[in-house]
Design a protein around this ligand. Structure first.
Ligand SMILES: [Zn+2]
Length: 260
């Protein structure tokens, strides 16, 4: 009975969604979460290992010190204890980018350092990137991907596929969902949330969150140099809405700021 199978899968999906919701710290947003944090950290570790195999790690001790100095302060400000933080500088002068993988694995490309300009500028970048991990945006993307794939499985079940195949399809759905979740850039809600949390983390770490505005202005200027396409800006468009949101969050962030 194909329709019966479809019904069971639909119920499964609904149960997963209900069981799999949680709240983001500080912003209180409810998010879809179908994987445990341990799973997410494990996936992050595997992705980080792969990345390190290919990445050209910088040998510049000053860049390394800068990234560790700022990164460790931001990491401490998050209060996240089950992460094993690692910070690496990637020697790519033309790449204006940085990221933080679930589990606390942070990479900063040398290309973003002149745009960051100083510790506070880098704190804006790292506050934002680390906020993506703390808010579990990777796990959320994976969950959205899994759900989309499960929807497709439900459809194929409705078309009358056999049970063993359905089971296999559910497994594949998880695999595909995980791939989609780790590859695609974050959505607008997640970007705003990372801006918001990033301001709080930088302020808690002792960096003036008001400096974020001038960082984004420098990023905008850097985007005009066509020889260095800024990946960071292409996934983080410097829109007016975004600047207005950041300005609106500043009073809240400043409550956490007690000077350097
Ligand atoms: Zn982002």
């Amino acid at each position: 009975m194909p329709s019966k199978r479809f019904g069971v899968l639909t119920i499964l999906v609904i149960l997963l969604v209900f069981a799999g919701c949680q709240t983001v710290p500080l912003t209180g947003r409810s998010q879809l979460m179908l994987i445990s944090e341990e799973q997410e950290i494990k996936m992050g570790q595997a992705a980080w290992k792969d990345f390190l195999k290919k990445a050209k790690i910088s040998t510049d001790p000053r860049a390394d010190e800068l990234v560790h100095r700022v990164g460790e302060r931001i990491a401490a400000a998050t209060g996240k204890r089950n992460y094993q933080w690692e910070f690496k500088v990637v020697a790519e002068d033309k790449t204006i980018n940085a990221f933080c993988i679930p589990g606390g694995k942070v990479a900063v490309y040398t290309g973003i350092l002149p745009v960051a300009k100083d510790d506070t500028g880098l704190a804006t970048v790292l506050g934002h990137e680390i906020a993506h991990a703390i808010a579990r945006h990777g796990g959320e993307r994976v969950s959205e991907g899994v759900l989309a794939q499960l929807g497709a499985v439900g459809l194929s079940a409705a078309l009358g596929r056999g049970d063993p195949q359905t089971v296999q399809s559910v497994n594949q759905a998880f695999g595909l969902g995980v791939n989609v979740g780790f590859i695609l850039p974050f959505g607008r809600t997640q970007e705003s949330e990372a801006d918001h949390l990033g301001l709080i983390f930088m302020a808690k770490a002792g960096y003036d969150p008001r400096a974020t505005i001038s960082f984004w202005q420098r990023m905008e200027a850097a985007s005009k140099d066509k020889s260095r396409p800024p990946e960071f800006l292409s996934t983080h468009p410097n829109s007016q809405t975004r600047m207005e949101q950041i300005r609106a969050w500043l009073p809240e962030a400043l409550k956490y700021y007690q000077g350097n």
